[in-house]
Ligand binder design. Structure first.
Ligand SMILES: Cc1ncc(COP(=O)(O)O)c(C=O)c1O
Length: 460
């Protein structure tokens, strides 16, 4: 879930009343089923009230406060359509999940085909899609990663990795970075790096240490013979799109080798082309012992997570093949979906597209940054994992609302509310890059004007 910083209500009201930018033609224009009468309002009201009364009242209030007051009804590629037929460019993409875009026809076809044949597994006979996916991951991941354990989410993949690390090293201590995000289950939370989300649930796992990110000296102090694993994101996503020096992961590799600890690369957000290379750890050319995957592996359709590991790490199941398991993990539907998503990524050259479109988008966003340095402190990232750091977190809140007025969906980084990110589908078109960049420029301009009026203190 994404944190949305509060913004002054009058400022948001101004944004709501401002004239929304005209939207370029999108692939779904005129072809999407939606209610074009008062029925849409009734539908929105019912869904929002049900959400408020039965899901998460605080989140419902926050979304309404930000100006989101309709339900999503359809999506294709980078476009999401609401109940009124309004089309949004999805630059959040399920927090970096929609790498192949919404409802990619090949992925949907593969899921339908598997669904018609066998929706789930007996869990006794061999599961062919799972075996094929594990082999495929062994082929496309760096180094000698060979085995895969499948889960249903990134957090569960992190949980499995912690147990694999403990079992294969016989150690319990874990090192990870401040600002990191590995999920919200208790184990994953223990190694995540923001106290705000950890303190209310203390005590968490003992023996976990968070060190400053991109700080080799801090790693040298923390990694020793007691450490089972060092977990690092190749680029911190929820930490605020923090790109470390290439030497950082290389030094982590050397330290882990020296002290017999496992290097775990959490590629849940960076993996599968998001950064303009297949894996985030390809930038420094580092080979981890364990790699975590989720998000884009789902093809934007069926949830799946995975931890992929070397033979040396894979001792946990030696004496008991069920010592760690998941009923739904590795189900044939999710695995068939992931296999199709991987084919799409390869055949449509989405890694290259991420690099190319990311460079274009970054250049345009930086033009806006240079025009409004009082609002936008920095634009950074790699490929289509782009973050903009605002000079004040309330400015980010205003900018997100303003972007929505221009039909672009975006959100904060969970552990760094000053940083908003764009993580659109990797097959985003040139026209959509322009749409995103143009909306960003208008949103920042509007926000800069408002900030001038309401005098938000520059806390940079
Ligand atoms: C790097 C990283 N690891 C793990 C997770 C947790 O994944 P999930 O939300 O599927 O549990 C996330 C989610 O944002 C993530 O960005």
């Amino acid at each position: 879930m994404t944190q949305v910083a509060p913004a002054p209500p009058e400022a948001l009201e101004d944004l709501k009343n401002s004239e929304a930018a005209s939207m370029p033609h999108s692939p779904l224009n005129g072809s999407t089923p939606h209610d074009n009468s008062g029925d849409a309002d009734a539908r929105d009201a019912a869904a929002i009230s049900d959400f408020e009364n039965h899901v998460n009242p605080t989140m419902a209030r926050l979304l309404k406060f930000m100006g989101f007051d309709s339900v999503e009804v359809a999506a294709r590629g980078a476009i999401v359509v609401d109940s009124h037929g309004r089309e949004f460019l999805d630059c959040l993409g399920g927090y970096g999940t929609m790498s192949v875009g919404h409802s990619h026809p090949r992925v949907v076809a593969a899921v339908k085909e598997q669904l018609d044949r066998m929706a789930f597994s007996s869990r006794v006979l061999f599961n062919e899609p799972q075996a094929r996916l594990a082999k495929k991951l062994a082929e496309i991941t760096p180094g000698d990663l060979q085995f895969a354990f499948f889960s249903n989410s990134g957090a569960e993949a992190a949980e499995a990795a912690l147990k694999i690390a403990r079992m294969s090293t016989g150690r319990t201590n874990l090192v990870s970075a401040i600002g990191s995000y590995h999920g919200k289950t208790l184990g994953a939370l223990s190694v995540s790096g923001r106290d705000k989300y950890k303190t209310p649930f203390a005590p968490l796992l003992p023996g976990c240490v968070n060190v400053p990110y991109n700080d080799i000296a801090a790693l040298e102090d923390a990694v020793d013979e007691s450490v089972a694993a060092l977990l690092l994101e190749p680029i911190q996503g929820e930490g605020g799109i923090i790109v470390p020096d290439d030497d950082y992961l290389r030094a982590a590799r050397v330290l882990c080798d020296r002290h017999g600890a496992l290097l775990v690369c959490d590629e849940v957000q960076t993996g599968l082309g998001r950064t303009g290379k297949m894996w985030g750890c390809d930038w420094p050319g580092v080979r981890p012992d364990l790699m975590l995957l989720a998000k884009a592996l789902s093809g934007g359709c069926i949830p799946i997570g995975a931890v992929v590991g070397t033979a040396r790490t894979w001792t946990i199941w030696d004496d008991n093949p069920l010592i760690h398991s998941s009923t739904f993990g590795g189900n044939p539907l999710a695995c068939a979906c992931a296999l199709a998503a991987l084919e799409v990524i390869e055949e449509e050259k989405l890694v290259e597209s991420s690099q190319r479109q990311g460079e274009k988008l970054m250049a345009r966003l930086r033009q806006t940054q240079s025009k409004y340095p009082g609002c936008v402190k920095e634009v950074r990232g790699r490929g289509l994992m782009l973050g903009f750091e605002f000079t004040h977190e309330d400015i980010g809140g205003l900018a997100i609302a303003a972007l929505a007025q221009h039909n672009v969906l975006a959100a904060y980084s969970l552990n760094n509310p000053r940083v908003m990110r764009f993580e659109p589908p990797l097959n985003i078109t040139d026209e959509q890059v322009e749409w995103a960049a143009g909306a960003f420029e208008k949103a920042v301009a509007q926000t800069a004007e408002l900030v001038g009026e309401i005098d938000i203190e520059d806390a940079s």
